[in-house]
Design a protein around this ligand. Structure first.
Ligand code: MN
Length: 734
């Protein structure tokens, strides 16, 4: 380890003094002494340690403390915890030592910070469990998350010195979990900077391009904003407001994101101007009244777009954001978004909850944050919820935006935007969710899967007889509803499983049979499963009676190939197939005695072989199928050549995969093509679209490869489709 030079020591001291100065306005001399003590401890602990860039390590905790206090607005405790945040993880100092020197509170913050690091990093069961534990401990004090965000922000700001593969990993992780977390906490400024930095490393060319474009268009933009703002400035001055108007450009990331998702050019995105009016409210009027007064001034000058008013003053967003947004027609026929905020609202928008604490006296609303923490806590405390599922659901919560709906009594509830009536029911109480039978939305009776719109008023109808159904999972969105349903199904499933197991034991005992592998194999075949728990469950569900059980056990054991639909297998046949190995066997509609192998799903027209599984059965495999290749080498005496005559009656299942650029009507165009093909029937269809890329699979019944190839050719002509191919269907898909 290279010792610090004199100049480096000077630099460290200078940086620390800058930090100390930043805290002066809110600390006592005593508190500053504590900060000095924490700095000394961290300095000693990280003595002569260096970051990847070569600079002294101690500069990192100092920078994190600066971000925490200066950019986010946290207090002394957070400064102490920030300075000490890496000592337990990276040096010999123990948590007990910190507790001894700085007390319980600081020790618990540092402990939370130590545990949280690495928790978000990789996904595995163990870490999901960790994640849960850490959230449990730290949701008691959100400062842990906020300081962690400050830590990550500084790491992102200094990411240049990391090797490229690390840069990508860290940036990806930041975009995936930290930026949404910052958003959820209302830390907009930090969220924006994190996203921009991520883009810089993940898509450097695009980042440079947008940055360059912003610079080139800056002059024109400022001229326009000034022209737009001047009349507003005059009127606000006349009314005696103290205010500031700024025309901040959108963040680089949000421009990029819009270009990507909407497939538009930089100019099209950037043509949308936004200005912000930040004012100091006059003492004798409410903030809300003054926001609307300024709105009225702006709309006297410019025509508003009425469906673009967003009032987060009357009802703040769940993360605390307050502002009045309007879109008006500016000079030259350009839409301009106007955001109206007081200084207090602006501070909350930039600094999030930290600012809430500062203005605690001013706000008489129950903190939305407390509700958020309460929700997380409820989920964490449910012992039955699976840790990994929780992690997914938690992310789900982070990524969805929100709608606000009302209870019958007019209470406001914030839900994820794709919520249904059932989500609402679970939000109110899990008992109401589990026994819901229907809902009244705006006094109209609707089903539980009814999608909610912002502003809906919902009443849930319940019945104690009602039990949750599996398909409910398909239409709930909120993490809470998902978790509650899953745990209720797990309970119910376990009960049925136990019943099934006991029932089977009883049947065996009654018939004086041993539970040996033959008994089980036949049961497995009957229920088409290989899983013991699933088997018990099915037996419990079926309430398997003795007659059926006996029948199952009497049945001759069949191969694992599932018989193909439409091809009747004679109950018993003595006429074994005669194989003449010199001639190919011709299979057509009249050949009843064959089965299609589900490992490769051949269809008429494919190159195939036949495998004589037993006296009465021929199994058809594709020649290229691995099982066929194995059979050909090990049991060639039972393998015959097969030729298929063209079928017109039977249908075979084929799967087609599609890829393309998401375009309006693309799904419709594909299904139209399919329905026009006379010899094709659709069985299942699945489409997905993300980041403008469209992907899908279609399962169709066809008669032969010609039909399938025709369909593929026609689908490839659909506008937007870039790739069409036949996919293998495997056993698991059934
Ligand atoms: Mn750190």
């Amino acid at each position: 380890m290279k010792k610090f030079t004199v100049n480096e020591k000077k630099l460290i001291l200078r940086k620390f003094n800058e930090l100390l100065q930043l805290t002066e306005s809110f600390t006592t001399a005593e508190q500053r002494e504590l900060i000095r003590k924490a700095f000394n401890m961290a300095y000693e602990a990280h003595a002569n340690m260096r970051r990847k860039s070569g600079e002294p390590y101690i500069l990192h905790p100092i920078a994190v403390a600066k971000i925490a206090t200066h950019e986010i607005g946290l207090g002394t405790k957070s400064v102490l915890a920030s300075l000490l945040h890496d000592v337990v993880e990276d040096t010999d100092i123990s948590i007990e030592e910190i507790q001894h020197q700085f007390g319980e509170k600081i020790a618990s913050l540092v402990d939370g910070l130590t545990k949280i690091s690495g928790v978000f990093a990789n996904r595995s069961d163990l870490q999901a469990e960790n994640f849960r534990k850490v959230l449990m401990t730290m949701t008691g004090d959100l400062r842990v998350i906020i300081i962690k965000l400050a830590d990550r922000l500084h790491n992102m700001r200094t990411l240049d010195s990391m090797p490229p593969n690390k840069q990508l990993k860290i940036a990806g992780e930041t975009l995936f979990i930290y930026a949404p977390l910052a958003h959820r906490m209302g830390l907009y400024a930090i969220k924006q900077e994190l996203e921009d930095l991520c883009l810089k490393y993940l898509h450097p060319a695009e980042y440079d391009y947008i940055l360059q474009q912003i610079k080139e268009t800056e002059k024109g933009r400022l001229t326009y904003i000034n022209r737009f703002s001047l009349p507003i400035t005059n009127r606000l001055n006349e009314e005696g407001y103290e205010f500031e108007i700024s025309g901040r450009p959108k963040s680089i990331y949000s421009i990029w994101n819009k270009m990507e998702t909407k497939k538009v050019s930089f100019e099209e995105v950037f043509d949308l101007f936004a200005i912000r009016i930040i004012f100091e409210p006059k003492p004798n009027l409410t903030e809300k009244a003054q926001c609307w007064n300024i709105y009225s001034i702006v709309t006297d000058l410019y025509v508003p777009k009425y469906d673009r008013i967003r009032d987060w003053v009357s009802q703040p967003k769940a993360n605390g954001y307050e502002a009045l947004h309007a879109t008006v027609m500016g000079p030259g026929g350009k839409w301009v978004e106007v955001q109206i905020r007081t200084n207090r609202m602006n501070e909350i928008a930039e600094r999030g909850y930290a600012a809430h604490w500062k203005y605690k006296g001013a706000s008489h609303q129950e903190s939305e944050l407390d509700r958020w923490i309460k929700q997380i806590r409820e989920m964490l405390e449910d012992p039955k919820s699976d840790a990994l599922e929780f992690l997914d659901d938690f992310k789900l919560n982070l990524f969805t935006s929100e709608i606000m709906v009302f209870t019958p009594k007019g209470e406001i509830i914030t839900l994820p935007s794709a919520s249904t009536a059932l989500d609402f029911a679970f939000y109110i109480h899990s008992e109401i969710g589990l026994h819901a039978i229907g809902a009244k939305v705006n006094h109209k009776l609707v089903g539980l899967n009814h999608p909610l719109q912002g502003g809906d008023q919902i009443e849930i109808l319940t019945s104690q007889k009602q039990m949750p159904e599996l398909h409910w999972l398909d239409f709930v969105t909120s993490a809470k509803a998902k978790a509650k349903l899953k745990s209720s199904f797990r309970d119910k499933r376990r009960m049925i499983m136990n019943e099934g197991k006991a029932h089977l034991e009883y049947l065996l005992m009654d018939l004086d049979m041993q539970p040996n592998s033959t008994v089980f194999r036949k049961l497995y075949n009957h229920y088409k499963t290989r899983n013991k728990e699933e088997l018990y469950f099915r037996i419990g569900e079926d309430k398997l009676d003795q007659e059926t059980f006996k029948k199952i056990q009497k049945k001759r054991s069949r191969s694992k190939y599932i018989k193909f639909w439409g091809i009747e297998h004679p109950e018993s046949t003595n006429a074994a197939l005669m194989f003449d190995k010199s001639k190919p066997l011709v299979v057509d509609d009249n050949s009843k005695n064959y089965t299609i192998a589900h490992c490769c799903n051949p269809i008429p027209g494919d190159d195939v072989i036949g495998y004589k599984a037993d006296e009465e059965e021929l199994i058809i495999h594709k020649t290229s199928c691995p099982t066929a290749i194995r059979l050909n080498s090990s049991e060639s005496q039972n393998v015959v050549k097969v030729e298929w005559t063209t079928h017109r009656i039977l249908a075979f299942l084929g799967r087609i995969s599609l890829k393309g650029i998401d375009d309006i009507g693309i799904v419709n165009n594909c299904t139209t093509v399919i329905s026009k093909e006379l010899n094709v029937n659709m069985r299942a269809i699945g489409f997905e679209s993300h980041d403008g890329i469209f992907e899908g699979t279609i399962d169709v019944y066809v008669h032969n490869t010609n039909d399938l190839n025709n369909l593929i050719m026609n689908l490839s002509k659909v506008k937007g489709i870039t790739q069409v191919s036949r996919m293998e269907i495997s056993d698991h898909d059934f």
